[in-house]
Design a protein around this ligand. Structure first.
Ligand SMILES: Nc1nc2c(ncn2[C@@H]2O[C@H](COP(=O)(O)OP(=O)(O)O)[C@@H](O)[C@H]2O)c(=O)[nH]1
Ligand SMILES: [Mg+2]
Length: 435
């Protein structure tokens, strides 16, 4: 338990209907009594008048969560006051006068972790939930907060512990002739576990996209209407549109909420042989973007049909959607699976959105399965796999057991059951103050 009592504004700063201040630590209840003259019953919202010296600060609600049944596991007080700047600064001053300290970013969650209230995966889920901008991001974070990931990892650890127990049993039973049977059992456990972890790693990479945004690149020849389409899709003028070929040179990104899916849409330079240095570099970047994108929108100029730009056509694969633009100027195009649109009139945009949504949902649907959503999780799994790769039943049993212990330790890093200190900074750094 910490000696210091900390406080922070837990709601967003600035003007608002209500501002929530959170206090945590041994002095929080005494300070509340000093400021309001009362100590409310546990967990019961109570009307209070907040005073500091002779000055009335505000009228509001107070809630007391005595340790250990609180978010941090310490005595916690919440004050719900009016959301004005003057109220916030007067209260902060009063709390400082009472010896409280402003919390650092993530300090409440850090204390919750240290007091056994949260494991690291749940703490990360809180950060994700606060950052979630779309429905899919929110769902994924909530599942992790519910413990999906920590249950998965603990399940893996249990298998390792079982394998370890069997391995140690080999030491005891080595002369009784049942060693071989034990060896087979351990091998089975390890190979099943290894396969499962590998699959989860691949899945995790995909699901991390839900945290960062699914990348969709718009590609095509100069003047096909890529920038116009980008602006149409995003509903804003993000890219410069021009009849002059080679206008877009760098990759321009915009973030969208595509019916709950977080999307990073990128407009790129037109693909052509050509061009002076800067445009050539733009084209190189476009091709690089094409490679790393989750989905590609290949844009063709419908007025050139049946011609199709060969460089763009060359990028077609199962992750691309073929779009013919300038439908307002051209006859329908007979190309299987293609969508006719007009960036100018908006024709076909609904069909394009529907198609994008289907393709994204197919690739990124959040199943109920927990996922290794961060590079940190996957690095720990890699270390675990590495230790297991060294595991060999022909080694002296003591050494083999040590490999399993290492593997289990690596997994423990995901939830924070070992090597705790060094991990904390990494995990809590990205939190905001008051969480
Ligand atoms: N008529 C018509 N013109 C379009 C359409 N989309 C783009 N354009 C025009 O085609 C030219 C090139 O557009 P732009 O978006 O800069 O193409 P980009 O080089 O592929 O980015 C501009 O003059 C646009 O106004 C469309 O759907 N219909
Ligand atoms: Mg352009």
């Amino acid at each position: 338990m910490s000696e210091e009592t900390i406080f922070a504004l837990a709601s967003a700063p600035g003007r608002g209907g209500v501002a929530v201040f959170r206090l945590s630590g041994p002095a929080s209840v005494a300070v509340l009594r000093d400021l309001t003259g009362i100590v409310p019953l546990p967990r019961l919202a109570t009307r209070v008048r907040v005073r500091h010296g002779n000055e009335d600060i505000d009228d509001g609600l107070a809630l007391v969560f005595p340790a250990p049944k609180s978010f941090t596991g310490e005595d916690v007080v919440e004050l719900h006051l009016h959301g004005g700047r003057a109220v916030a600064s007067a209260l902060s001053e009063a709390l400082l006068c009472h010896g409280l300290r402003p919390a650092e970013a993530g300090e409440f969650s850090r204390r919750a972790f240290l007091n056994g209230k949260l494991d690291l995966t749940r703490a990360e889920a809180i950060a994700d939930l606060v950052d979630a901008e779309t429905a899919a991001q929110r769902r994924q974070a909530l599942r992790q907060l519910d413990g999906g990931l920590s249950n998965l990892v603990e399940g893996w650890r249990e298998i390792l512990v079982r394998a370890l127990a069997l391995t140690e049993a080999m030491i005891d039973f080595s002369d009784e002739g049942i060693g071989d049977e034990l060896v087979d059992q351990v091998k089975d456990l390890i190979s099943g576990l290894t396969a499962d972890m590998r699959a989860k790693k691949v899945e995790g990479q995909r699901r991390e996209r839900l945290r960062d945004g699914i990348h969709i690149a718009i590609l095509g020849a100069p003047n096909a209407g890529k920038s116009s389409l980008m602006n149409r899709i995003s509903g804003r003028e993000v890219a410069i549109v021009s009849a002059k070929a080679g206008t877009t040179r760098d990759v321009i990104e915009t973030h969208l909420d595509l019916h709950g899916w977080p999307v990073v849409l990128a407009d790129t330079a037109g693909l052509r042989e050509a061009a002076e240095d800067i445009e050539a570099e733009g084209i190189a970047r476009a091709l690089h973007r094409a490679e790393s994108a989750d989905l590609k929108l290949l844009v063709f100029d419908a007025t050139l049909w049946p011609g199709m730009d060969p460089a763009t056509k060359g990028l077609a694969d199962e992750d691309s959607i073929v779009v013919f633009n300038k439908a307002d100027l051209a006859n329908p195009v007979d190309f299987s699976g293609a969508i006719m649109v007009s960036a100018r009139t908006g024709h076909g945009l609904d069909a394009l959105f529907a198609r994008l949504e289907t393709e994204v949902a197919e690739r990124f649907a959040v199943t109920a399965e927990p996922a290794l959503t961060r590079a940190r999780h996957r690095a720990a799994v890699d270390q675990c796999l590495e230790a297991l790769a060294g595991f060999d039943t022909t080694k002296p049993v003591e050494l083999a057991a040590e490999d399993l212990r290492q593997a289990a330790r690596a997994l423990g890093r995901i939830t924070g059951r070992v090597d705790v200190e060094e991990l904390l900074d990494v995990v809590f750094r990205e939190f905001c103050i008051g969480k």
